[in-house]
Design a protein around this ligand. Structure first.
Ligand SMILES: C[S@@+](CC[C@H](N)C(=O)[O-])C[C@H]1O[C@@H](n2cnc3c(N)ncnc32)[C@H](O)[C@@H]1O
Length: 209
C-alpha cells in the first residue's frame, strides 16, 4: 500500500498528499523504528537517512544522538515531504542537531567520508539509478560505516502480484549486487522479528582504505 501511495503523491494534488502522509506515518512507523534500532546509533554518531518521508525515523534517530558531536542529516527529493519533515524536526533543526536536504540520492550534499550510519526504508525501489545512488552513499560514508535498509518482502511480493510496483527496482538481490560492486562488504540480508512480525534487513559496510 505505501508504495502505491508513494506513486500517488507524484500524481495527485495537495489534499491527497496529506492523506498519503498520514497513511505512510501509520503503516511505515514499524519499519522505520526497527531500521533506526538496527543501525546501532551511538551518541556521537553522524547519521544520514535517505528518503525520510514524514520524518518519524528522523525523530527516533535524533533522540539517540545525545552527545554534542552527534549529528543527523536527512535527504528527500519530495518538496512536500521535506516541508513535513522540517516542521516535525523544527526544534532539532533549530538546535543544529539535524539538517534536512531537498535532493536526490545521486547527489548528496555532503563531503566525502563524513557519515557513520546511513539508513533508508521503503526507498531504493524509486531511485532512478541504483548504481549512482549506491556510489553516492558509499562516497559520503566513513571507512567501516554501516548502511541498513529494511523491507517486508512478503508484503512487497503481494503488492507486485497486484500489479502495483511496475517499473520499480524492488527486488533486493540486484540492489545487493550493486552494493557489492560499489565497494560495500559484508552485504547480507537477514530475517528479523519484532512484536511477532517478520521483516528483512539488508546490511552493508563501507570498505574503504
Ligand atoms: C515510500 S516513501 C517512504 C518514506 C519513509 N522512509 C517511510 O518508510 O515512511 C519513499 C520516500 O523516499 C523518497 N525518495 C524516493 N526516491 C528518492 C531519491 N531518489 N532521493 C531521495 N529521496 C527519494 C520519497 O520522496 C519518499 O519520501
Amino acid at each position: 500500500m505505501d508504495i502505491f501511495l508513494e506513486r500517488l503523491t507524484q500524481q495527485v494534488g495537495k489534499p491527497m498528499r496529506w492523506l498519503v502522509k498520514r497513511l505512510l506515518e501509520k503503516r511505515n512507523i514499524f519499519l522505520e523504528m526497527n531500521t533506526v534500532k538496527l543501525c546501532d546509533i551511538q551518541p556521537e554518531s553522524v547519521v544520514l537517512e535517505v528518503g525520510f518521508g514524514p520524518g518519524l525515523g528522523l525523530l527516533e534517530a535524533a533522540k539517540r544522538l545525545t552527545h554534542p558531536r552527534g549529528k543527523l542529516y536527512g535527504l528527500d527529493y519530495s518538496e512536500y515531504m521535506h516541508n513535513v519533515g522540517s516542521r516535525r524536526l523544527q526544534a532539532e533543526i533549530q538546535a543544529g542537531k539535524v539538517t534536512l536536504f531537498l535532493g536526490s540520492v545521486e547527489q548528496i550534499p555532503l563531503e566525502d567520508s563524513v557519515v557513520d550510519k546511513v539508513y533508508h526504508c521503503n526507498c531504493y525501489y524509486y531511485w532512478p539509478d541504483l548504481r549512482a545512488g549506491s556510489k553516492e552513499i558509499y562516497r559520503v560514508m566513513k571507512p567501516g560505516g554501516l548502511m541498513v535498509t529494511t523491507m517486508n518482502l512478503e508484503f512487497l511480493k503481494n503488492v507486485v502480484a497486484a500489479g502495483l510496483l511496475k517499473s520499480t527496482k524492488w527486488p533486493p538481490e540486484p540492489y545487493m549486487e550493486v552494493l557489492c560492486d560499489t565497494g560495500f562488504v559484508d552485504v547480507r540480508m537477514e530475517d528479523k522479528q519484532d512484536k511477532g512480525q517478520t521483516f528483512q534487513a539488508i546490511f552493508a559496510a563501507a570498505n574503504k582504505p
